[in-house]
Ligand binder design. Structure first.
Ligand SMILES: Nc1nc2c(ncn2[C@@H]2O[C@H](COP(=O)(O)OP(=O)(O)OP(=O)(O)O)[C@@H](O)[C@H]2O)c(=O)[nH]1
Ligand SMILES: [Mg+2]
Length: 156
């Protein structure tokens, strides 16, 4: 997508939130399809996680250890979901990470981005809220630019 790369980042959110599809767009690849069964590490420690990591409390520990070293966590709240699946407090375990809130599937039938925003706020997840659709390249670009802006300045 660009010369500069994003690194040290994990994507989390419920099953079918659109994490893998979004990563495909951001990394400009199409290798990553189907149900994610385990944490997948791409170059630069870009990490895709299975939705079960947030959906099932018994997997929350796996989530916490997977994301322990990354600097930035992108949390996806699908625009067509009526509730938040991430347990309240999960993201407060690591207060020094960047948390980026994404409202995914903004184009979906029954999408309600305002509701998604309220749900995220109610969970203590602050904005800005990036509304994305994998079918809207400009929405991906906006998120990508923001993620780049969070990258540490390279020493070169
Ligand atoms: N309409 C619409 N569909 C999307 C969007 N993003 C993903 N999807 C679809 O939603 C389904 C699930 O997407 P995935 O990216 O596999 O979801 P995931 O969050 O990785 O799911 P797990 O790996 O099971 O945790 C797929 O059929 C995608 O094509 C989007 O922006 N808009
Ligand atoms: Mg996936």
């Amino acid at each position: 997508m660009a010369d500069q790369q994003i690194t040290n980042i994990a994507f989390i959110g419920e099953v079918d939130a659109g994490k893998s599809a979004l990563i495909n767009k951001i990394l400009n690849q199409d290798t990553n399809t189907g149900k994610t069964q385990a944490a997948i590490f791409y170059q630069g420690s870009v990490i895709d996680t299975p939705g079960e990591f947030v959906d099932n409390r018994s997997w929350n520990g796996a989530l916490l250890s997977t994301i322990s070293t990354v600097k930035t966590i992108v949390i996806l709240q699908p625009a067509d979901a009526k509730r938040v699946s991430a347990p309240s407090g999960l993201l407060r375990v690591y207060p020094n990470k960047n948390i980026v809130a994404v409202i995914s599937k903004a184009d979906a039938e029954n999408a309600d981005c305002d509701r998604a925003e309220r749900l995220l706020k109610g969970q203590g997840i602050a904005g800005p809220y990036f509304r994305t659709s994998i079918y809207d390249p400009s929405s991906i670009d906006q998120l990508y630019e923001h993620l780049l802006s969070l990258q540490p300045v390279s020493a070169e």
